[in-house]
Design a protein. Structure first.
Length: 348
């Protein structure tokens, strides 16, 4: 998706229904200095909205659910929530590995369960919803390593949960979860994972750190400085970004385990014998999201430099994670329908 500066700025203007929802249901103030209190208050906020989600609870006649554990690199048993079609057959299914949002320090698998249930019910996926460990208790790269352990596990053990990655192998998530998915896709290409990841769903993801924007894209990288009134990521300044990424998460921002713009990935290798192609990407992001230009610039990088097929859905006038914080919005319902269509496209 190629937009002019004027079109980018136009997409930042708050949509009328968003104005109405904010007046009726403003984003609650969450504790800012205690990450555990912030995590708990945020979980309570989202729990109160769960009944408005597209699939608000289990649908046992259609989707069977279980919890398994996958060993992390350090032996920790990572909880993984598995969703598969309830009608047992000998048939295996494509697999989607999902990672929840929360800035690597909050959130849990319940934040992705409604997407997992929809993908299983509507498209016949087996979904793995990963409960990776969080900062600050578990600093970088624990969340990344846990996620990679699960991605590796499914390539060897798919049949144990009715999955066949060769029928489709998608990684995805929102915000921090989308960031993790992007790293999984890049790492899988670099390490020639087999079967390979075939699709990546990147939703409002953190992708292009402000101090790693290629010069030719810097003019378009305006959302972090201009979308300062986003109700969820209010005032995400460069200093605030570093505070979250380096301070709380403890990331090495130049590591290939953190940055899609790390030297290991960018610029893409054109040498003979370099690894196979990167997975096609489906991107969803709001126009007033401070991370909008992370996503739109990464789309350009994937298309024009990695040679990857991409599909982008932009929601002008809506902010970061609007579909979970205001699920009653018509745009939130459209987001969910677009997600299903996007996964169908990733499978095609």
């Amino acid at each position: 998706m190629d937009l002019s500066l004027e079109e980018l700025r136009q997409s930042s203007k708050v949509a009328p229904e968003m104005v109405e929802s904010l007046a009726r249901q403003p984003m609650p103030e969450l504790p800012g200095h205690d990450p555990i209190a912030h995590r708990n208050a945020r979980a309570d906020h989202l729990k109160r909205l769960r009944h408005l989600m597209p699939v608000p609870g289990p649908i046992p006649d259609l989707v069977a659910e279980e919890v398994i554990s996958v060993d992390a690199e350090d032996g920790f048993p990572i909880p993984v929530f598995v969703y598969r079609p309830a009608q047992f057959t000998d048939q295996t299914h494509p697999v989607a590995v999902l990672f929840h949002e929360g800035g690597w320090s909050a959130g849990d698998a319940t934040d992705e369960e409604f997407n997992a249930r929809r993908l299983t019910r509507d498209l016949g996926f087996v979904c793995l919803n990963v409960e990776y460990r969080l900062a600050p208790e578990h600093k970088f790269p624990t969340a990344i390593s846990d996620s990679w352990s699960v991605v590796n596990w499914i390539t060897r053990n798919g049949s144990s949960v009715g999955a066949d990655p060769q029928k489709g192998f998608i990684v995805g998530g929102s915000s921090a979860g989308g960031h993790i998915a992007a790293i999984m896709a890049l790492r899988s290409q670099k390490e020639s994972l087999s079967p390979p990841i075939t699709g990546q769903w990147l939703s409002a993801a953190y992708l292009v750190p402000f101090n790693q924007v290629p010069e030719k894209y810097q003019r378009e990288y305006i959302s972090t400085s201009e979308n300062i009134n986003d109700p969820v990521l209010t005032g995400l300044s460069e200093q605030g970004e570093l505070g979250l990424v380096v301070g709380l998460f403890g990331a090495d921002i130049h590591s290939p385990l953190f940055s899609p713009m790390a030297a290991a990935y960018y610029p893409p290798s054109t040498k003979a014998g370099s690894t196979g192609s990167l997975a096609k990407a489906f991107i969803q992001v709001g126009g007033m999201d401070p991370l909008r230009d992370h996503n739109l610039i990464y789309d350009k990088i994937l298309r024009t430099e990695h040679g990857v097929k991409t599909r982008v859905e932009l929601y002008p006038g809506y902010g970061h994670m609007f579909w979970t914080n205001w699920p009653e919005l018509s745009a939130s319902k459209k987001f969910s329908e677009d997600m299903i269509a996007g996964f169908q496209w990733l499978l095609s």
